[in-house]
Design a protein around this ligand. Structure first.
Ligand code: NAD
Length: 294
């Protein structure tokens, strides 16, 4: 098989950000409100801090306003909910995210439910997930939205294809499977949602024309799980030790990249695939939030 097309999320995200930056210039020239994204970070988990910082930095680069709200890991659930209420009522903020995971003493679901759905740019609130299921305008959560954008911008035909999504989390696998089955483009696939209880996962995965992997296990998908010529989207991100790197680690995905790349037609790299698209999608959702609140 010839070399696959690399679905370059880094370059595509850069293009989206440039488009957004131009929209900000346009908004400013008309005296409109510049989009403002706030990010709440509870505690100081290294990975969460990295994600939040890159979201805030991306905002600055494209001319959005941004606020980083850092809270101590010992904050009570009531105080965090009070902060959420404050953000809901703050008219200067168009959208915000509360970075997960939260410390164990805080019930994530309570926080999600407290977020104003019109400011829920992560798209995790049940109202937004419900709208997604019904195909109504909503905030599609950033990772699935980024994957759709990548499929669209690379003109990948999805109609009538068999799409297998592995992993059924509320933020990636489940919404992704719903979106790929909808009567839209990208969409119109015959969808299989595979998960930890799926039998014959190898055979199921190997029957996919489009394989979307969000399992959270490094190198989980091997070449024998991939059909010749399939489109492979790798959502996983894992840090593994690598003494040859300055920072002592490198990033890998849920897919055994080298072996699978020899077989498939298109593949997302890790890093530089789905990750940057997720951030670009969050920015798109923040711009959308202004429209929704008008
Ligand atoms: P999660 O842990 O919430 O869900 C994992 C899913 O995989 C579960 O539904 C489970 O049923 C399934 N699973 C686990 N073991 C399995 C097995 N042996 N066989 C089949 N299915 C199995 O994870 P998540 O939040 O969906 O994230 C998945 C991965 O994607 C993680 O590595 C995460 O870091 C990464 N992620 C990346 C981005 C990004 O922007 N690139 C965004 C979100 C998550």
């Amino acid at each position: 098989m010839s070399q696959p097309v690399i679905l370059d999320g880094k370059a595509t995200a850069a293009q989206i950000k440039e488009e957004l930056a131009n929209q900000v210039i346009d908004i400013k020239s008309k005296g409109g409100k510049v989009p403002h994204l706030a990010a709440v970070l509870v505690g100081d988990d290294g990975a969460s801090r990295t994600y939040v910082n890159s979201k805030v930095k991306s905002c600055e680069k494209i001319g959005f306003d941004s606020s980083l709200i850092q809270l101590d890991s010992g904050i009570s659930e009531a105080d965090l909910l009070a902060k959420v209420k404050e953000l809901n009522e703050d008219d200067s903020i168009d959208g915000y995210i509360v970075q997960v995971p939260l410390p164990e003493h805080i019930e994530e679901q309570k926080v999600t439910l407290a977020i104003d759905p019109k400011k829920d740019v992560d798209g995790f609130h049940p109202e937004n997930l419900g709208r997604l299921v019904l195909g109504l305008p909503t905030f599609v959560s950033a990772t699935p939205n980024g994957i759709l954008e990548l499929l669209k911008r690379y003109n990948i035909e999805t109609e009538g294809k068999h799409c297998v999504v592995i992993g059924r989390s509320h933020i990636v696998g489940t919404p992704m499977s719903i979106l790929m089955g909808q009567n839209k483009n990208p969409g119109n696939c015959t969808v299989t949602l595979a998960h930890s209880r799926t039998k014959n996962l190898k055979e199921v995965a190997a029957s996919a024309d489009i394989l979307i992997v969000a399992v959270g296990r490094p190198n989980f998908v091997t070449a024998e799980m991939v059909k010749e010529g399939a489109v492979v989207i790798d959502v996983g991100i894992h840090r593994i030790e690598d003494a040859s790197k300055k920072n002592g680690f490198r990033l890998i995905g849920d897919v055994q990249y080298d072996a699978v790349a020899n077989k498939c037609s298109h593949i997302t790299p890790v890093p530089g695939g789905v990750g940057p698209m997720t951030i670009a999608s969050l920015m798109q959702n923040t711009l959308k939030a202004i429209e929704l609140r008008k």
